[in-house]
Design a protein around this ligand. Structure first.
Ligand code: UDX
Length: 436
């Protein structure tokens, strides 16, 4: 099929590469000249393991190209809208202006037989407004469907090609047929397909993210109780996780969730529910958000308990990205903690295997360190904030020889505490009652 993918951020680039990998002829459309030039030069505008190689392979085969405008793909049969829906500034609601701008531009040039599929995460009801607007502009009944994407950063292409499920919300049977054809190989491999109405398809995405965020905040709430009562939230997660109705996944306690999706999606969900007059139904998500943000402050409080006043103290923060295998620092607990410590006048050094480049010259108060071994030198406190493999593999005996004070806060519960203690470290772990 000839497929246009509009908006080449995380979602769009991954989806474009995935569709070309399935054998479709794909044109990616990106309005930002810088980003377009980068992609044309074969460079990814973000870090994602394996994706640049996969992109190069489909570009070489002539299955993927990049253009500045939809005009270049006006006769295509299938379009995916993959533009961002960031949190609106000064509000919790999602900003859907990019979705409307992309849809309206497409409506001016597309053919009446083309199918348009929204993949962006939008407040429920957005698709209905967009379909109306696009149809007015196009002068025909635009076949718009919604097909949410559940990819995770760090395993984006794999998640796109082998999703747990495909959700299709549509008004027109032609849209369902086009999507089933497009995903034929994925569906043929046994992936379940849920055909539903458009509003449900929009809601599935935010509901899934709200559930995941709630699961993380649930275990982090238990961590608060564990800290106050001398219990251990890691053992507790293991114990409740054996119950198959609960399950072990997404019960890792620590500094909490961040990234471009979970935080903004729960806030946007609350805002939309309030508009619909059912704010009470999801007001618990405000607590989910608050629990999550409290874990970041907890690290700062622990640092103060450990060091007294933070002023002038040398603190090393390991990790900046919101999770490993990503350079994404949007709403990152690690970056937030580093900035909070620096705001308390600590001298904060940050290390991250990939995110330092993306940090650029932002937040000049943070001292950058490129050498993992050397950055322990003369530190009064170490905080592990993102669970990169490099940090799990650190040699505690080598690291302790460099520091001024031998305390480490494990914000992700990934260190083997007895090994670190045996090397001489005092280990503080979130949600755990460690005897040092
Ligand atoms: C998420 C959803 O998983 C994905 O389906 C959706 O498409 C986009 O949002 P992503 O943001 O890439 O994906 O990250 P994910 O792996 O889900 O982790 C989210 C955050 O939760 C991370 O900050 C992670 O560190 C944190 N987390 C996750 C925990 O703190 N504990 C856990 O047990 C799991």
């Amino acid at each position: 099929m000839r497929v246009g993918v509009i908006g080449l951020g995380y979602l769009g680039v991954t989806h474009a590469v995935a569709m070309a990998t399935l054998g479709h002829e794909v044109v990616g459309i990106e309005a930002s000249p810088d980003r377009l030039a980068q992609l044309k030069a074969g460079k990814l505008p973000f870090y994602e393991p394996g994706l640049a190689e996969a992109m190069a392979a489909v570009v070489d085969k002539g299955l993927l190209g990049f253009e500045a405008s939809v005009d270049a793909a006006s006769d295509f049969e299938l379009f995916f809208l993959c533009v961002g829906t960031p949190q609106r500034s000064g509000s919790n609601a999602a900003d859907t202006s990019f979705v409307f701008a992309a849809g309206e531009a497409l409506a001016k040039v597309m053919s009446s037989s083309a199918v348009v599929v929204g993949k962006s995460t939008v407040p429920v009801g957005t698709a209905a407004d967009l379909q109306k607007k696009m149809s007015e502009i196009a002068g025909f009944d635009v076949k718009l469907a919604w097909n949410p994407e559940f990819l995770r950063e760090g395993s984006a292409l794999e998640d796109s090609l082998k999703p747990d499920r495909i959700v299709i919300g549509a008004w027109h049977k032609e849209s369902v047929e086009a999507l089933r054809n497009c995903y034929e190989k994925i569906i043929g491999a046994g992936t379940p397909v849920i055909e539903t109405d458009v509003a449900t398809a929009e809601l599935v995405k935010v509901a899934a993210n709200a559930f995941l965020a709630t699961k993380v905040s649930f275990i982090n709430a238990m961590a608060e109780v564990a800290e106050a009562s001398g219990a251990d939230a890691v053992s507790l997660a293991e114990a409740i996780g054996y119950d198959e109705r609960i399950g072990k996944r997404f019960l890792r306690t620590g500094v909490g969730f961040g990234g471009g999706c979970l935080p903004k999606d729960i806030r946007g969900f609350v805002a939309r529910a309030q508009e619909l007059g059912v704010g009470d139904a999801v007001s618990f998500l405000e607590d989910v958000d608050a629990i999550n943000l409290r874990r970041r402050q907890r690290v700062v409080d622990l640092a103060e308990q450990e060091l007294g006043a933070l002023s002038g103290k040398k603190i090393l923060v390991l990790g900046l990205s919101f999770k490993p295998d990503s350079d994404d620092m949007r709403d990152s607990p690690a970056l937030d903690i580093a900035l909070k410590l620096a705001a308390g006048s600590a001298e904060v050094t940050v290390h991250d295997p990939v995110a330092l480049e993306a940090l650029g010259d932002k937040h000049p108060e943070l001292v950058r360190a490129n050498n993992l071994e050397a950055c322990f030198e003369a530190k009064d406190l170490v905080v592990l904030a993102t669970e990169w493999q490099q940090y799990r593999e650190l040699d505690p005996a080598a690291a302790i020889r460099k520091v001024a004070n031998t305390t480490i806060i494990d914000g992700r519960n990934v260190l083997d505490i007895p090994t670190w203690q045996a090397a001489g470290w005092k280990v503080i772990a979130l949600g755990r009652n460690v005897h040092n």
